[in-house]
Design a protein around this ligand. Structure first.
Ligand code: NAP
Ligand code: MG
Length: 482
């Protein structure tokens, strides 16, 4: 099968693509067909060491470049990405499965991080103040943190990478990125784009590997690795936090979520349904911000559920490259089976299926139909666990306090959604939600210009906005007088 872009399948270390030191490779599968798309070099411990070495060697020169020069390289990377939008989108669809419109949206979103941080990197502001008692001058400035280890998931193969690479580079850090084993091709295509944009050798290294645990541990056992920025499951995040403790490496964690979606009786129901469609179905539900549980006021429960189910039933499921398809396959059989389990568990406990509720007809791909469940009991597993698929469980409520308590009753705290026409109420409720991000009358909040991140077991730190740049800087304070 030919790929839409000429993608090298080697490891990208010190500015060159090469085979793994062991000669090992692993297969990348198209989840829509089960076909092998490519065989990619399987990074070893020696390769991980070499990648950190390359990044460490490139660190000083990159940090010493003028911020404007780094910014212009990032700007160029933005432009190159946009010029290859269609090919990159097809590549994402091939290895991840998401429908082409979702992939195009991802490429644009991913490229925006390069543009945003090309602008933000020239605004590394410090401060000068006078100590109130001694009169000493307090000079505060921010320096590149050093080599950054970046680990990303398969659900946004481009954006989860650019969201880390762009601020790291803007701040003056070099990096090694380990993409998810399911989706390494997009990042390898981006390695070429970054090189074409003028990123010097060693500044960005890409290390595909199926030995994820070992290679990342190896890189964190090197004291020159100063930042570990991870996006993925809370379970793996905990392991990395422990590994980071060895050399007190700065941890940045974007972990799992369990987003509640609240619809009040005064909401504009059509706009709530529209928001629900995006919050649930962007990326087939494979998003950490995906609406995981719907709480709808009893007065509008029937109307909302009926309209939502109607729209969900209209979505065309199939190979993401085919025209008109809105919902592609899930990433692998395990994910699809887990989604099926959540539906079966809910139904066994008394929930009703309004639409969907079963696998797709295509036997080869990992398809599951868009599903709406109503009358979902409190003990259904899908309410407490991350579904990560196209299933929307809907519960009803009657009281504001009660629904806030239910929304906060989770160890996660990434994203929440609130729909009401009463802005005062909307803001009051948003403030009480223990979440890093709230979509108030909006079904999507991801934006390179906004601080993305969670509280509780959804993570540490923020990506995007000025906060995203600060994640790759260390603050130094110089005490002086004159
Ligand atoms: P995952 O299993 O945690 O994997 C994420 C990345 O970590 C992959 O590159 C994976 O490599 C690697 N990894 C696995 N075990 C590791 C270990 N012991 N040490 C170091 N790296 C390791 O998560 P996933 O299943 O791919 O992604 C889904 C999860 O990510 C969900 O929980 C979702 O909520 C979360 N997520 C969060 C955000 C956010 O911004 N908060 C965004 C997207 C996704 P392999 O591919 O080789 O396993
Ligand atoms: Mg995994």
């Amino acid at each position: 099968m030919s790929l839409p872009l000429d993608v090298s399948t080697g490891l990208f270390i010190d500015g060159a693509f090469r085979a793994a030191s062991t000669g090992e490779e692993f297969a990348v599968i198209n989840p829509a067909t089960g076909d092998v798309l490519a065989n990619v070099a399987n990074g070893s411990l020696a390769d991980a060491q070499a990648a950190v070495e390359a990044a460490a060697n490139a660190q000083a020169d990159w940090a010493n470049k003028m911020p404007r020069e780094r910014g212009e390289i990032l700007r160029k990377a933005f432009e190159l990405m946009i010029s290859k939008e269609q090919e990159l989108a097809e590549l994402i669809t091939l290895e991840n499965g998401k429908a082409l419109p979702d992939s195009i949206a991802e490429v644009r979103y991913a490229a925006e991080f390069f543009r945003w941080f090309s602008e933000e990197g020239v605004r590394n502001l410090g401060s000068l103040s006078t100590a109130p008692s001694s009169g000493a001058k307090i000079l505060v400035h921010h320096k590149p943190a050093g080599v950054a280890i970046l680990v990303t998931p398969w659900n946004f193969p481009a954006a989860m990478g650019t969201r880390k690479i762009a601020p790291a580079l803007a701040a003056g850090c070099t990096c090694v990125l380990k993409p998810a084993a399911e989706t390494p091709l997009t990042m390898l295509a981006l390695a070429q784009i970054l090189q074409d944009a003028g990123v010097p050798k060693g500044v960005v290294n890409i290390l595909p590997s199926q030995h994820s645990g070992e290679v990342v541990a190896k890189m964190l056992s090197d004291p020159r690795s100063r930042v570990i920025s991870f996006t993925g499951s809370t379970q793996v995040g905990r392991i990395l936090l422990q590994e980071a403790s060895k050399w007190v490496t700065n941890p940045r964690m974007e972990l799992g979520g369990n987003a509640p979606f609240l619809v009040f009786d005064d909401a504009d129901i059509d706009s709530a349904v529209e928001g629900a469609m995006i919050a649930k179905m962007r990326n087939m539900g494979e998003a950490c911000t995906a609406a995981n549980r719907f709480y709808v006021h009893e007065k509008v429960y029937k109307e909302f559920s009926t309209k939502f189910a109607l729209k969900m039933g209209e979505l065309k499921v199939g190979n993401g490259l085919d025209l008109g398809v809105a919902v592609g396959p899930l990433i692998n059989a395990k994910t699809r089976d887990k989604v099926a389990f959540f539906v079966d568990d809910s139904v066994a406990k008394g929930a009703r299926i309004l639409v969907g509720g079963r696998r797709g007809d295509d036997e080869k791909g990992y398809f599951y139909l868009p599903t709406v469940l109503v009358d979902v009991p409190n003990d259904a597993k899908c309410l407490s666990d991350e579904i990560f698929g196209p299933v929307a469980p809907i519960c009803s409520f009657s009281d504001e306090k009660e629904v806030i308590t239910a929304a906060n009753a989770t160890e996660y705290g990434l994203a929440a959604y609130v729909f009401t026409r009463d802005l005062k109420r909307g803001l009051r409720i948003s403030e009480q939600l223990e979440y890093g991000m709230v979509g108030l009358n909006r079904g999507v909040m991801s934006d390179p210009a906004a601080p993305f991140g969670g509280v509780k077991q959804s993570g540490l730190g923020r990506e995007g906005a000025h906060e995203g740049l600060m994640e790759f800087l260390e603050t130094q304070y110089i005490s002086t007088d004159w």
